[in-house]
Design a protein around this ligand. Structure first.
Ligand code: FE2
Length: 191
């Protein structure tokens, strides 16, 4: 589906917003992460990326949320590696953390009263679908795209990889910091 971007929109500087992208060792992956964010931003109706919200239930800008999730994910990876000797694929983790919410600029749209609404693509597709779609188009590997599709709490499945699980829990923890604790314990028996 074609979506016209806002012509007054400010350009997006992915490296300035997410300097961790520079740490991605695979140059093709690094370039593809930047290109994916740029393409999704070009499709959006927003003027300033700083105005894009975390979500309808979380009235907080998505960029600092995204930055916090990247930083927490890398801090968890540091502890896993230094304390337990558990290896984490940093390229995969950084790429997924930077792109996890890159589709929010087209899932939400600014409204005239200064608020926002769910954009048509946000109503028609699950959160993360378009980030995954554009990422695949730019050659981003399945290991990263899998995380983009499974990182949301609404996803029917958990991420399978360690990198995906780190991101999933860091993302949910950050929502506690910027909004509230939405977790509830359910009593059930499951293997
Ligand atoms: Fe997300």
């Amino acid at each position: 589906m074609e979506v016209d971007g806002n012509s007054k929109k400010e350009p997006i500087d992915v490296l300035a917003l997410f300097p961790e992208v520079r740490s991605i060792k695979d140059a093709n992956l690094r370039d593809a992460v930047i290109a994916t964010w740029q393409e999704l931003w070009s499709m959006s109706q927003w003027v300033r990326v700083q105005d894009v919200p975390t979500g309808p239930e979380v009235p907080y800008p998505t960029i600092p949320h995204n930055q916090a999730v990247i930083a927490m994910s890398l801090a968890i990876a540091d502890v896993f590696e230094s304390v337990h000797g558990v290896t984490v694929d940093r390229d995969c983790l950084v790429a997924a953390a930077v792109l996890q919410d890159a589709s929010k600029p087209i899932e939400y749209a600014p409204s005239a009263n200064g608020g926002f609404s769910i954009a048509p693509l946000g109503r028609m597709y699950p959160h993360g679908f378009w980030a995954a779609h554009v990422a695949l188009k730019h050659g981003i590997p399945d290991s990263v795209v899998h995380i983009l599709l499974t990182h949301a709490s609404q996803s029917p499945t958990f991420p399978e990889s360690l990198e995906g699980k780190i991101l999933y829990y860091a993302d949910q923890l950050d929502v506690i910091a910027i909004h509230k604790d939405r977790w509830r314990k359910q009593i059930f028996i499951s293997k």
